[in-house]
Design a binder for this molecule. Sequence first.
Ligand code: FAD
Length: 290
Amino acid sequence: MKLPPVEYEAPTTVAEAVDLLIAHLDEASVLAGGQSLIPLLALRLARPAVLIDINGIDELSGVSAADGQVTIGAMTREYVAEESETIADAVPLLAAALPLIGHEAIRSRGTIGGSLAHADPAAELPAVARALDAEFVVRGPSGERVIPAARWFEGYLTTSRRPDEILLEVRFPVARRGTGTSFQEVARRHGDFAIVGLATSLTLSGGAISDARLAFAGMSDVPVRAAAAEELLVGERPSAELFDEAARRATGDIDPPADLHGSPDYRKKVAAALARRGLRAAADNARERQ
Ligand SMILES: Cc1cc2nc3c(=O)[nH]c(=O)nc-3n(C[C@H](O)[C@H](O)[C@H](O)COP(=O)(O)OP(=O)(O)OC[C@H]3O[C@@H](n4cnc5c(N)ncnc54)[C@H](O)[C@@H]3O)c2cc1C
């Protein structure tokens, strides 16, 4: 299907991109890898008057580590992040999730910032960002602001980015020693969006769990943390009984949506199974990393 007519701008600096956003506000869409936006345009589900193509802004790409954080530029391609040794070593949960996004052709164009700005609740990266309390750095007319993941995802395909702001980079904390991670998901076919996904991170200190993080994809209109399960896990020693109870609590207060892919009850059952599986895998992985 052909795209509708649309004006096209291709800034080469962040400052130019912000000026264009200020000029066009809600009439503009930022074009990153185009893997979500172009299909939306083709299907007439998005009708911006102007596309602001940020592919020519070199300063938006790159991965760096400093001060206990790994910073990933918004235009860093998903496959570049997937091949980054810095991410594999320091943010293993992200490294585990990246290969599960679509297919290689999609990851070769799709960007880290694009996935997180698009904020599809079934996507892998929003769940990882929520689990790890990532920070989002945006720039607008009054400079930069840093938004924690808990406030970034506001609703279905909606973030707290204002129309005159561009997402510059996302910061993830470096995993502490003894941290094990796992990304589990159930999808109809390899490469499809997950029906339910789960990002899990467990830190073991002296045999007990000192930090637990679980964030679901596909269970709400935003990625959701399983706070009751996390609370139960901290201070306890990993065991099958503990993980069974955590899986029950993880899904206790979530009211998942019904759609073509599954009823709320089906989603809850899948989520509990993923929680057990994810916790076991993360605990095994944590023991290996101690
Ligand atoms: C067949 C197919 C299968 C897929 N499967 C999966 C999957 O399994 N899991 C998954 O997570 N994703 C999947 N995707 C989506 C893919 O990961 C996309 O790359 C991603 O969602 C969007 O990234 P993008 O760089 O292409 O962004 P675009 O499509 O260019 O943009 C997406 C949205 O983000 C906004 N945006 C992008 N960058 C910025 C920025 N820097 N500042 C402000 N706004 C910005 C755009 O304006 C737009 O609204 C799939 C896509 C396809 C086509």
